[in-house]
Design a protein around this ligand. Structure first.
Ligand code: GRF
Length: 192
């Protein structure tokens, strides 16, 4: 099972996923693809010996179709069985998403369906919530709306800031995403 991981930044989720795909795990990382040439995750992927590519969305201006066509070129060359969005911060068009429907996962830093979109931690704190968390879901055309594959809750402490909460949620992400990926990869293998 080949897995392509899409990133935009630090890539800590990408590292957690890549490090989990060892031994009898049916999946292996085949590509790390970033929309930002300065994404630190690209260096971390190279250090791990994972093929990388970059499609700088800023070179395409508002031409989303052109950006996605170039992304698709890299993805088709790697021909992954699964795509994991991991801190990928571009919204993908329905056309792109539908090509991978059922085979594209995303991790979102809230307990969906609460707090779709951005600034999830500040919103949970502002709402006075006592717990937050992360969700892995299948990617569908509507943003952060696909079938939920797994969730992990963490407590919100009274003195939490968005930063301290984000750190706690990110630690949970690094547990949850590899767990969910393993389950999905095993069911793909067993279905083959
Ligand atoms: C994570 O908090 C993830 O939930 C969100 O963006 C962040 C990515 O961090 N989508 P990293 O690039 O995986 O370190």
């Amino acid at each position: 099972i080949g897995v392509a991981i899409l990133i935009s930044g630090a890539g800590s989720n990408m590292v957690a996923l890549a490090e989990s795909m060892t031994g009898d795990h049916p999946a292996r990382p085949v590509l790390v693809l970033s929309n930002r040439p300065d994404a630190a995750g690209l260096d971390r992927a190279r250090d791990m010996g994972i093929p990388t590519a970059c499609v700088d969305h800023r070179l395409f201006g508002g031409d989303r179709a052109g950006f996605e066509a170039e992304m698709l070129r890299h993805l088709e060359a790697a021909s992954p069985d699964l795509i994991c969005l991991a801190g990928f911060m571009r919204i993908l068009t329905p056309g792109f998403v539908s090509r991978f429907e059922g085979r594209m996962l995303n991790i979102h830093p809230s307990l969906l369906p609460k707090y779709r979109g951005l600034d999830t931690h500040a919103r949970a704190i502002a709402a006075g919530d006592t717990e937050a968390g992360c969700t892995v879901h299948e990617v569908v055309p509507d943003l952060d709306a696909g079938p939920v594959l797994g969730r992990m809750a963490v407590p919100i402490a009274p003195d939490d800031t968005a930063q301290t909460l984000a750190a706690r949620v990110r630690a949970a992400e690094h547990d949850l995403y590899p767990q969910v990926l393993r389950g999905v990869a095993e069911s793909l293998r067993d279905a083959a």
